[in-house]
Design a protein around this ligand. Sequence first.
Ligand code: ATP
Ligand code: MG
Length: 750
Amino acid sequence: MSKKKDFLRTIVENDLKSGKYKEIVTRFPPEPNGFPHIGHAKSISINFGVARDYNGHCNLRMDDTNPTKEDTKYVEALEDAVKWLGFDWGDEIYFTSDYFSQIHDYAVKLIKMDKAYVDSLDEEKMREYRGTVTEAGKRSKYAERSVAENLDLFERMKNGEFRDGEHVLRAKIDMSAANMKMRDPLLYRIRNVEHFRAGDAWSIYPMYDFAHCLSDYIEGVTHSLCTLEFENNRDIYNWVLDTLELKPPRPYQYEFARLNINYTVMSKRKLLELVEGNYVNGWDDPRLPTIAGYRRRGYTPESILTFCEQIGIAKANSVVDVAQLEFCIRDDLNKKVPRVLCVLDPLKVTIENYEGSEGIDAPYYPHDVPKEGSRKIPFSKEIFIEREDFKENPPKGYFRLTPEQPVRLRHGYIISCKEVIKDAKGNITEIKAEYYPASKSGSEDTSGIKVKSAIQWVSAADAKKVEIRLYDRLFKNELPEGVEDLNPDSLKIIKNALIEPAVITEKPDERFQFERQGYFYADAVDYSDETPVFNKIVGLKDSWGKKTKEKKAAPKPQAKKVQIDGEVAPMSKEEEALFERYTKELQLNNEVANTLARDENLSKFYEEALSECNSPVSIANIISNEVARELKQKELTELKFSPKQIAELVKMIDDATISTKIAKDVFEAMSKNGEEPKKIVESRGLVQISDPAVILPIIEEVMAKNPDNVEKFRAGNTKLIGFFVGQVLKATGGKANPKVVNKLVAEKLN
Ligand code: ATP
Ligand code: MG
């Protein structure tokens, strides 16, 4: 060990050197009343780690002295956790309950030495008699009971002759001790309940302070390492062992700082509340700081141990940033796991100049990892990309696909956008694209096309549908108290993500990096062949830090570097508020809302137009597309049209005076000469044609000209309806009302 030694290891080393002990024995002594958490991992790593480093032994001991809260399922969870972290406790698990007889005999011995007595004060009196930090306590009159009387009462307590709380056994130490814990501490209490292991053999159960030191002694423990809150209990620990004059060697207690992590609760009581109140889905919910939760989420034991090592062993309590734990897991996986492609929010892309299909060679470990392995990613005409990776009106520094900017498909070709297809609400439903055959990744790229980033994609015909579970912090506060601080958005389920087929069929590993998304792990419980489920282990970067820190400066465009992660600048508070209003209140889609909210000029323009005409979706569509495009070349003051005129234009769309297609022409005219939209429509005769009497003859003409298609349609190729509608709209110069045309064409053809 070349590392700087911590204070515990220094003590251990000195004790070995001085010959105080021949062999080091530590123990990990959890109470089986809940699932172990990351704090326990620290204790495990210290106790087992010290034993390992000095060729000693560490016992796993269930500290099961409280019969009402303990259970075998917690014992099993504790065993699992220690094993999973890679430690070995040897052949036997120890239980404090196995020492109940021995501990009882030590109590009898203390009574006989007149060092313990049966007290019968009620709880309130007992508290009163203890005194305060500044005032000495007062001994109970029952302390004068004779040894014989104490022995008799203690025996009858054991035999179940009294009710809970009627008597207790106390050490006779010092009611005026400065350390309040030494004011005649309780050694035994009556509990007329069954124990999960000892059954109904006992009506009395030893207190922690009595049982712990004796269990340590019985097992031959040398160093009893515990957390700081037991500092004041150390005097009792020593008093019991010294007073009983036990044969040496005896153990000594040393304290280290308890682990606390922000955005997390760590007491088993609070965790139990979350589990029993169904705030989470069981003890192994991947959002919990339990070992079972981390394990299910995909954390590795190595990363947890690295974390425990990094935080070190200190003597002062502090709160560790959860980002440090996340760093450790990210750092571990970065080196180990295969990188694959998965699309969480698919947007269809049709590559119009590609026919057929091929398999593109792609290494699983493309980054400086000395690991071999690759697969073929199927490529075909129809693919899906991440919706986020296309923007019609990109913010500054956006390096992915836009109408003007080509992008590379990771491991594959460069594509460029030819056409954006939208539905009636303005949502993008498809991109028509073109690929550059000479641009294939891995071969010499002779296409001459420059791109700034590579994005993930999957082939539509080959991709597998998967469920993805995304996790955020369970608590929204840095130092949460309990359920009132829960983060309502800690779990997001994506049902229809698409993944490249090799992940499902080849399963090259159990954990993956989904490129640009983060690290993921197949869910051990819910994964099935029909529904593969993946848990997000951790993101690629510390996105939380970004989110909480206020936007400081615009992100520097990383012009030269190919941007793999594709992060977009976070929104300011104001922008976020606008985004909320646009999506929730005004029902805009995310893309449009994002464009408007992030641009002060656009959002102002929008609000003004909205005050003239209450048609939030239509107005937003025009402003986020046409107006935004204008504003890329011009200043706000240079625009020839006003928000009010845009509102006028939208009114004409809404009352079907003009079609959305014509509206674009009108907009063109407005932006050139600033004329009123109504005037433009009137003077150019652009009013939408909705009259069937005008439209029907045109439909008949189109049908007469295309008898083959009419026949094919009637033979079952109903897709051809689009062809006829398109022809009719074209024939009217786009003035025919598409809805009316659609209806009439359908009637005529059938
Ligand atoms: P909790 O308050 O979560 O119930 P505990 O201390 O009562 O914790 P035990 O099961 O009694 O839990 O603890 C087993 C061992 O783990 C003890 O030695 C204890 O000191 C240690 N331990 C528990 N929590 C932490 C923590 N947050 N950091 C370090 N060690 C811990
Ligand atoms: Mg406890």
